[in-house]
Design a protein around this ligand. Structure first.
Ligand SMILES: [Fe+2]
Length: 191
C-alpha cells in the first residue's frame, strides 16, 4: 500500500482529496522526532494510529448529547485523540488556532463541512479508510453521518486554544477563543 499522501486542505476546503490510510514507513508514537510535525507527518501518524485498533478500541462509546472523545497521547509537540460520532454529533464551525491537523476515519462516515462566503458551504463525506490533513488556516465543522463512526485526530503543535464561530443578530461573523478542553458544539443555528 502506498504511503499516506499529504492532501490539500481540500478544496479550497473540502475533504475531496482524502486518501486511503497507509500502514508502511510511517511515523508512530515510537518514532516521533521531538519537534512539531508538518501535515504529511501528521497524516502518517494519524494513519499509523488508525491501523492499531488496540490503541483506541477500548475507548469507543457514543452519546448523542455529549460527544465522546478521549486523549490517546499528548506531549509538547503533538496530541492525538479518538473521537466517536453519532449523526447528532456536531462540532460547529471552528479553527485550530496555530495547529495543523490530520484526521483518519476508522469506522463509519463523517462529513467535513467548509464554510464559504456568498455561496453554500461545502460538505464532503469522509468514509472509514480515508484520511486527510489541514493547516492552521483551515476552518471546518465536523458532523457524524453514520451511527457508530470513529476517527483518529492528530494535531501539532498540540491543541491549546481553538476558535469557534458564531453569527450575531446583524449577520456579522465572530470568532470566540475557546479551550481545547471544551467540547466543541454549535453555538447558534449558523449553518
Ligand atoms: Fe476541527
Amino acid at each position: 500500500m502506498n504511503n499516506a499522501m499529504d492532501t490539500s486542505s481540500p478544496g479550497r476546503g473540502g475533504a475531496d482529496g482524502a486518501t486511503a490510510c497507509a500502514v508502511a514507513d510511517q511515523l508512530t508514537l515510537q518514532t516521533l522526532p521531538n519537534r512539531d510535525l508538518d501535515r504529511r507527518e501528521l497524516l502518517e501518524l494519524a494513519s499509523a494510529i488508525a491501523a492499531q485498533p488496540d490503541l483506541w478500541t477500548q475507548h469507543i462509546a457514543f452519546d448523542d448529547d455529549k460527544r465522546h472523545y478521549v486523549s490517546l497521547y499528548r506531549d509538547s509537540h503533538v496530541d492525538i485523540w479518538v473521537l466517536c460520532w453519532t449523526p447528532r454529533n456536531d462540532t460547529g464551525w471552528h479553527d485550530h488556532d496555530i495547529s495543523s491537523g490530520a484526521i483518519a476515519v476508522v469506522q463509519g462516515r463523517l462529513v467535513e463541512h467548509n464554510l464559504a462566503v456568498d455561496r453554500p458551504s461545502l460538505a464532503t463525506d469522509v468514509v472509514a479508510g480515508q484520511a486527510y490533513s489541514f493547516g492552521p488556516d483551515h476552518i471546518h465543522r465536523l458532523t457524524g453521518r453514520d451511527p457508530g463512526s470513529v476517527s483518529i485526530h492528530a494535531y501539532s503543535p498540540p491543541l491549546w486554544r481553538m476558535g469557534q464561530y458564531t453569527v450575531g443578530p446583524t449577520g456579522v461573523l465572530r470568532r470566540e477563543s475557546v479551550s481545547y478542553a471544551d467540547e466543541l458544539r454549535p453555538l447558534d443555528d449558523m449553518i
